[in-house]
Design a binder for this molecule. Structure first.
Ligand SMILES: [Fe+2]
Ligand SMILES: [Fe+2]
Length: 286
């Protein structure tokens, strides 16, 4: 396995060679007809429930527009926190070796926010609000650092599942495919980096973390995965798509067995690195 400095050099080179200018790369239609598929039907939060089946195709497509806007809004808020945290870590003692790559990471996330933000504002007239709350607490040595990169990795693993699926879905409106493809293309490097730095930080600090601290870290990351998953079930989306009883609908759909099965599959997939490190177990996603 390459050392972290070698990986940093390689990723910097690829970022330079594949530098993407999102300003000229994407074609932005003046406006978009909403009676088209924007998000792949099987990724829509209601999919697999009787509520989705009860909608006609036009209603499903309109819902897919607001679901994609919500997905892009989730990305914007996740990336905003990521940029904040990455900027703080530039040239810090423990992460000095990766600073050259953090510059690319920051640059790329900023560009992602540009195209996600433009889509939301130009076509939906808004970005859905962020509902996450940050809780201040004390950390063991290395814990905060580890949690920052582990959360970033989980977030990027999760959105990449959606990006990859939509990048190749030919029924989607071209701008959705293009943005999902562009994002996946750069996220592939972030994921390689993310998994590696999480492993590296674990090796550095985990011996000093007693079992209760490890348990706390595992629980917090599982809570983060769950919280991110729930953001995909946004009552504001249901209201915008003219679905009745948006809050009751959210509660009902989150308890649906097919939806719950999707959550477990996704969590298992996104948590691979953490399973390897023994921080998550199959039981923790139940
Ligand atoms: Fe991104
Ligand atoms: Fe990223």
């Amino acid at each position: 396995m390459a050392t972290l400095p070698d990986l940093t050099t390689r990723l910097c080179r690829i970022s330079q060679e594949h530098f993407i200018d999102p300003f000229s790369r994407i074609e932005w239609p003046e406006s978009l007809e909403r009676n088209q598929w924007f998000m792949s039907p099987e990724l829509i939060s209601l999919h697999g429930t009787e509520h989705f089946d009860a909608l006609d195709e036009e209603q499903q497509k309109i819902l897919s527009f607001f679901e994609l806007t919500n997905f892009f809004s989730i990305n914007i808020h996740g990336e905003r926190l990521l940029i904040e945290g990455l900027a703080k870590r530039l040239y810090r003692k423990h992460t000095e070796v990766v600073s050259p790559y953090l510059h690319h990471f920051l640059d790329e996330e900023n560009k992602h926010m540009f195209y996600f933000g433009r889509f939301c504002n130009q076509y939906a007239g808004k970005v859905y609000a962020d509902k996450k709350l940050a809780v201040e607490r004390d950390y063991a040595d290395g814990e905060e650092e580890f949690l920052f990169f582990a959360r970033a990795m989980l977030f990027e693993e999760m959105v990449d599942v959606y990006n990859r699926r939509m990048a190749k879905d030919q029924q989607l409106v071209p701008i959705s495919r293009e943005i999902n493809w562009l994002h996946h293309f750069e996220e592939a490097r972030h994921l390689v980096f993310g998994r590696r730095i999480v492993e590296e930080l674990f090796e550095t600090h985990a011996d000093n973390w007693p079992s209760d601290i490890r348990q706390r870290i595992g629980d917090e990351l599982m809570g983060f995965l769950d919280g991110t998953w729930k953001e995909f079930f946004n009552p504001e989306v249901y209201k915008d798509a003219d679905l009745p009883d948006a809050y009751a609908l959210r509660r009902e759909v989150l308890a649906n067995q097919a939806v719950e099965a999707r959550r477990k599959t996704l969590s298992t997939r996104c948590g691979r690195t953490l399973y390897k490190l023994g921080l998550l177990t199959q039981e923790s996603i139940q």
